[in-house]
Design a binder for this molecule. Structure first.
Ligand code: SAH
Length: 221
């Protein structure tokens, strides 16, 4: 990969990326830190070359193994919801996928931990982090339903796959004052939820409706 691949040309240029950012701002994303991170991150690096020309559309795209790269609006919304109330020192992401959301987080918080159950997706994400010289991300092939207990507690946890109900392990690994952003539900459409851990328990707040792949137990080689 050359520098010009990273910078993008034509449909993958900085100008195309800025257009996406304006669209997200029009859609109600007001957090300038998040918009800047999206402007600075080449999304076309995270999809197949054959789909690169669609990388700056505000849409989810296939990344293989029946999985998708999240829609930019949803990445922005979740990231902003996570940062509201303060930048956490460490964030745990469940569902690395292609690593796009991971790369956005890496620009905004000091340390990012991300867990993926499908090994080939994780390998490719790891390669992309290297190419983009992102070195504050730690990746693990594991079932994210269990969180990453050795690295917690986390000031923020963000899940990009939907369980039927919030896994206890994720609540346990949330630091006091921490926020968990997670889609919850078993249908095609789920509710995006923010759970805050306070001194006396957990407060749950509904954000909006979203479409995510299901959070599945176990791992795949
Ligand atoms: N954050 C990704 C979204 C990928 S889609 C992005 O920005 O593109 C969700 C991902 O969650 C898929 O790669 C899927 O394999 C993964 N996933 C589903 N269940 C999981 C689990 N229990 N543990 C870890 N990853 C899981």
């Amino acid at each position: 990969m050359t520098d010009s691949d990273l910078m993008g040309i034509g449909f993958t240029s900085r100008r195309t990326r800025d257009r996406l950012v304006r669209r997200l701002a029009d859609a109600g994303i007001t957090d300038a830190r998040v918009l800047d991170a999206i402007a600075e991150t080449p999304r076309h690096i995270f999809v197949d070359e054959a789909l690169a020309h669609r990388a700056y559309e505000d849409t989810a795209l296939p990344i293989g193994h029946g999985q998708t790269i999240s829609q930019p609006y949803v990445v922005a919304r979740m990231t902003a919801a996570l940062l509201e109330g303060g930048v956490p020192d460490a964030v745990l992401e469940i569902g690395t996928g292609c690593g796009y959301q991971t790369a956005i987080l890496a620009r905004l918080v000091p340390r990012v931990y991300s867990v993926e159950r499908i090994a080939p997706l994780l390998d490719r994400a790891r390669e992309r982090m290297r190419r983009l010289r992102i070195n504050n991300v730690h990746l693990k092939h594991a079932d994210g339903t269990l969180g990453w207990p050795q690295k917690g507690p986390f000031g923020g946890i963000l899940a990009t796959a939907a369980p039927r109900s919030v896994p206890d392990a994720l609540l346990e690994q949330l630091a006091p004052g921490g926020r968990l952003i997670i889609p919850v539900g078993e249908g095609e459409v789920q509710e995006l939820v923010r759970v805050r851990r306070s001194a006396d328990g957990f407060e749950r707040e509904r954000l909006e409706y979203v479409r995510f792949v299901p959070l599945l137990a176990g791992t795949l080689r």
